[in-house]
Design a protein around this ligand. Structure first.
Ligand SMILES: [Zn+2]
Length: 299
């Protein structure tokens, strides 16, 4: 017993010391005003695809970081309410990068709280289909968004202008190759009608010449009424639809009901509105996977 006492006491003292130091340093961090002591340029993004774009655009640039405001929260955050923690995250931003096209209904709150915060609207200049905000699901429009974000970063941080533009070139080349591969996978498929669950795919369908025959839940998490469900089921039968597509971000129970009623299989199509943090290739991976799913479903 006795020989153990001393090391244990020492360990305890060390633990207490370390804890105290940790608490002190954390307190110091929180107390420090972000604008004066911060030597890192922080881009805060509103949505996962903007986060992935910004990761690529800042690759290899020292003193620059990208933070996704909502962390790994899934879905595309329609009618989203900002939490106090998210407002604090925006407080640390040197610029706020958002999708635009009215997806971020809380944007007025951001500008009211931080009137001097530079904003980059990734959808600026993009013509919308029926005011639909899911612009990034089209690879061509994702390329436009990447270019717009790169221009915004280059203006805000002219010292790194060339690096942002070079990164934009590198990433848009990867996106172009992705678009070519998706055309090669999807263009020859004999079936063109798809039924989706939330209105995330019109830009993708337009780009790859698919027809969205029906959207089951126009808003995420809005359950269709019994009449709407019956209508969808008869439409699927009439059009001889071969596949129903759900998104990984939303519950699939309605899709399972339709699948049971119609015998049509359910596949997962991912609008890339969520994914792993820190993976700059996530959008490419997700969209390639979508290509594989469509090849299976529409052959
Ligand atoms: Zn959405």
């Amino acid at each position: 017993m006795r020989p153990n006492l001393k090391p244990r006491a020492l360990r305890l003292t060390i633990t207490l010391l370390v804890t105290t130091m940790l608490v002190l340093s954390l307190t110091a961090c929180q107390a420090a005003p972000a604008t004066t002591t911060k030597d890192t340029r922080t881009y805060v993004t509103s949505l996962y695809p903007m986060y992935v774009a910004a990761l690529n655009l800042t690759s290899g640039i020292a003193g620059v970081e990208v933070v996704n405001m909502t962390g790994t929260i899934t879905g595309c955050l329609h009618d989203y309410q900002l939490s106090p923690g998210e407002l604090t995250t925006i407080e640390t931003a040197d610029a706020f990068i958002y999708n635009g096209a009215d997806l971020e209904s809380y944007l007025d709150q951001v500008t009211a709280n931080y009137p001097d915060l530079p904003l980059i609207n990734a959808s600026a200049g993009i013509e919308l289909l029926d005011a639909n905000p899911h612009v990034w699901v089209s690879v061509s429009l994702m390329i436009r968004q990447v270019e717009t974000i790169a221009q915004g970063m280059a203006e805000l941080d002219p010292a790194n202008r060339e690096a942002y533009l070079a990164n934009a070139q590198t990433y848009t080349e990867k996106l172009s190759a992705l678009r070519d591969d998706l055309h090669a996978a999807i263009d020859p498929l004999p079936k063109r009608d798809i039924v989706t669950f939330h209105e995330a795919f019109p830009y993708f369908a337009q780009e790859f010449n698919l027809n969205i025959a029906a959207v089951v839940e126009r808003e995420p998490d809005s359950q269709p009424s019994a009449a709407e469900l019956a209508q969808t089921i008869s439409l699927i039968r009439d059009l001889k639809i071969q596949a129903i597509f759900v998104e990984p971000q939303y519950a699939a129970d309605t899709a399972q009901t339709i699948a049971r009623e119609t015998g049509v299989p359910v596949y997962t199509l991912d609008p890339a509105s969520s994914g792993p943090l820190g993976d700059p290739d996530a959008y490419l991976t997700i969209m390639r996977q979508n290509g594989e799913v469509l090849k299976q479903a529409l052959r």
